[in-house]
Write a protein that binds this ligand. Structure first.
Ligand code: MN
Ligand code: MN
Ligand code: MN
Length: 285
């Protein structure tokens, strides 16, 4: 019998809408037995999530989703099973948070002009409850202020690449992030490999560099993959020395098509990423 797991999801510690406790309770209600909370560039939700997991009787893995730079692009690396007190990891999180705060302040300044809304940064920060609100929080803020119809409109009109309030961020280099995650006892996973708009050739280049840097796993089990994407990911697992991970990338119950822990089974012959976790990695077991 295989474990029902979900190794990629978000809480209010980053851009999700459920608190860590609510998220763990939702996962337990959905039948998830092992959950990794992987908020963007922060570990802040993990202590609360661990307490909730103990109360619900599910296993919680420490996780994070790190935004990194690779080949002049932004790629996301999920870390699983790290020691969350590791000084190198704590320093990485602090540097990424600082980059996020600066980016958010710049987005705010641009929105003040572009959307004609004074104090955009402060409004988004207040809504998010953090100094480093990500773009989804700016989108929610613009909806709340009546500047756009919905969040998608906010992205299309202001926030996505090419629009007036888009700001790129100087993230840590991929190889450096992988090294930090490994040194902290964690496993590095390429998140949602089909979502970067990479050609097959570019994706293979990414995985070559990732493996060279010490990366060990690829997220292959995720909702709503089409046949061609599934075939591409099977090919990558076959051709690279990578274990297989999976996660929903759940952010909010408003994503009605997503359920925590409801993932396609791993391709035949795939080695589950759980095999790479160090003993005692779970914060709640
Ligand atoms: Mn997100
Ligand atoms: Mn991501
Ligand atoms: Mn994510």
């Amino acid at each position: 019998m295989s474990v029902i797991y979900d190794y990629h999801c978000h809480s209010t510690a980053s851009d999700g809408t459920l608190s860590p406790t609510e998220l763990v309770e939702a996962a337990a209600a959905a039948g998830v037995q092992q959950l990794a909370l992987t908020d963007h560039d922060t570990l802040a939700g993990l202590p609360e999530a661990a307490a909730a997991a103990r109360a619900c009787g599910l296993s919680l893995l420490p996780g994070i989703e790190v935004s990194v730079a690779w080949s002049r692009r932004e790629v996301h690396i999920v870390g699983l099973g790290m020691d969350i007190a590791d000084p190198g990891l704590v320093a990485l999180v602090a540097a990424q948070q600082q980059a996020r705060v600066r980016r958010a302040e710049t987005i705010g300044k641009r929105l003040d002009k572009a959307a004609g809304l004074a104090g955009s940064y402060g409004r988004a920060a207040a809504l998010a409850g953090t100094d480093a609100p990500g773009r989804p929080w700016f989108a929610r803020m613009l909806v709340a202020e009546g500047k756009v119809r919905d969040e998608e409109h906010a992205f299309n009109r202001f926030l996505k690449a090419g629009q007036s309030a888009y700001v790129s961020t100087p993230w840590i280099e991929m190889a450096e992030a992988v090294a930090v995650l490994r040194a902290a006892g964690g496993v590095a996973v390429v998140a949602h490999p089909v979502r970067y708009g990479l050609t097959r050739r570019k994706l293979r280049q990414l995985l070559t560099d990732f493996c060279e840097a010490g990366g060990q796993a690829l997220e292959v089990a995720m909702p709503r993959l089409n046949e061609a994407q599934q075939a591409l990911l099977r090919e990558c697992l076959r051709d690279f020395p990578l274990h297989a991970s999976g996660g929903s990338d759940f952010h909010t119950p408003a994503q009605k098509w997503l359920t925590l822990g409801r993932l396609p089974t791993l391709p035949e012959g795939a080695q589950p990423v759980a095999e790479l976790l160090r003993p005692g990695a779970a914060l709640a077991a």
